[in-house]
Design a binder for this molecule. Structure first.
Ligand code: GDP
Length: 365
């Protein structure tokens, strides 16, 4: 499964957020794979469409799809020079598919900041610099290795060098690798180095409770948003403390609590959805009287691969898929009506899945 790593300086609210995540963790009964590395939290992906499908199909149970966060503790200044648990920290980030960077925006004089005062941009730059240094080392090493071959006319090495040299300049200027533009070929070259600053990133602005109703009234949050937009990154406002209080509640209590705070969605729910989208993940559904269930697939997957998300045997023996769009089901009200309107399609091995597809796979066993 794809995973988003949670990083941040000490005392910004990471553990508070990660505790909320592990307390919201899915029940192992429905997700036997969700066994359990203490640093991993598997949460349900909130999706209002599941509620609608449940109303229409009245199944015995409804099962959301899941998303995985990893707690990556141990970032300190100097990590890229191997200080603290630096190397381990960087290796752990390398294994994740996206980064959620928690940034302190809450004011609380009782909670000390490692660098004295609250300053989100300085914090972000501290972290990003460590990641940039680590990437710079990777790139420089590689350049050293292929330089000679490139100069002696080896085409592949030359192509590689042509992208690595400007990339090195970008990193040396203190900018993340993702801020550079790449052709498809260049991207294929750069991908193999799994650079840390190439990974998609979301900033998580940890706000005070009092800021939630109107985050823009918090100048730290506004600063962070401006900074992030220049990098093409999103910022999710959250109050980690509130999230840790929300997890014990049932849905009704939670909605009431959120209403009291003046917001319509919890920050964690927002973060889950953003991280899911950032990784290019989509959802398809299977529906029946026993179970309505959401499944995660990667944008661009073909029907047999989608079947493989459910079970490898479905993929191996794939014959075809009967499918219709969630939106059509809502519009027509029932499968029967869809059938009469000719909205149910038969699709073969070349079908590219769409978000919201409802799928029935036919396969040989
Ligand atoms: P970590 O070192 O980044 O994991 O930070 P922690 O989650 O341990 O939080 C550090 C301190 O900040 C703890 O005392 C938390 O209770 C407090 N804290 C975390 N989030 C918030 C918040 O949103 N508002 C306030 N006022 N305090 C918070």
């Amino acid at each position: 499964a794809l995973t988003a790593g949670i990083v941040g300086l000490p005392n910004v609210g990471k553990s508070t957020l990660f505790n909320a995540i592990t307390n919201a963790q899915v029940e192992a009964a429905n997700y036997p794979f969700a066994t359990i590395d203490p640093n991993v939290g598997v949460v349900e992906v909130p999706d209002h469409r599941l509620e609608e499908l449940t109303k229409i199909c009245k199944p015995k149970k409804t099962v959301p799809t899941t998303f995985e966060f990893t707690d990556i503790a141990g970032l300190v200044k100097g990590a890229s020079r191997g200080e603290g648990l630096g190397n381990k920290f960087l290796a752990n980030i390398r294994e994740t598919d996206a980064i959620c960077e928690v940034v302190r925006c809450f004011r609380d004089k009782d909670i000390t900041h490692v660098d004295g005062d609250v300053d989100p941009i300085r914090d972000v730059e501290t972290i990003n610099l460590e990641l940039i240094f680590a990437d710079l080392e990777t790139v420089e090493k590689r350049i050293g290795k292929i330089e000679k071959k490139a100069k002696s006319g080896d085409k592949e090495s030359k192509a590689e060098l042509d992208i690595l040299v400007p990339l090195k300049d970008i990193l040396e200027a203190g900018k993340p690798a993702r801020t550079m533009e790449y052709s498809k070929d260049e991207m294929d070259i750069v991908k193999q180095f799994t650079l840390l600053t190439m990974k998609p990133l979301i900033y998580v602005a940890n706000l005070g409770e009092e800021d939630l109703e109107n985050p823009d009234a918090n100048p730290y949050y506004v600063e962070l948003k401006d900074y992030a937009s220049k990098e093409g990154c999103d910022v999710v406002p959250i109050c980690a403390k509130i999230e840790s209080e929300l997890v014990g509640l049932d849905k009704e209590e939670k909605d009431m609590f959120l209403q009291d705070l003046g917001i319509d969605e919890s920050g964690l729910d927002k973060l889950i959805k953003e991280a899911y989208a950032l990784l290019g993940l989509n959802t398809f559904f299977t529906v029946g009287v026993d179970e309505v269930r959401a499944w995660t697939f990667k944008q661009g997957m073909l029907a047999p691969e989608m079947a493989g998300v459910i079970h490898t045997d479905f993929q191996k023996g794939f014959i075809k898929a009967e499918t219709y769009a969630y939106d059509d089901l809502i519009k027509y009200g029932s499968e029967q009506a869809l059938r009469e309107a000719g909205k149910i399609r038969q699709e073969g091995k070349q079908y590219v899945g769409k978000d919201g597809d409802i799928m029935f796979f036919k396969f040989n066993v």
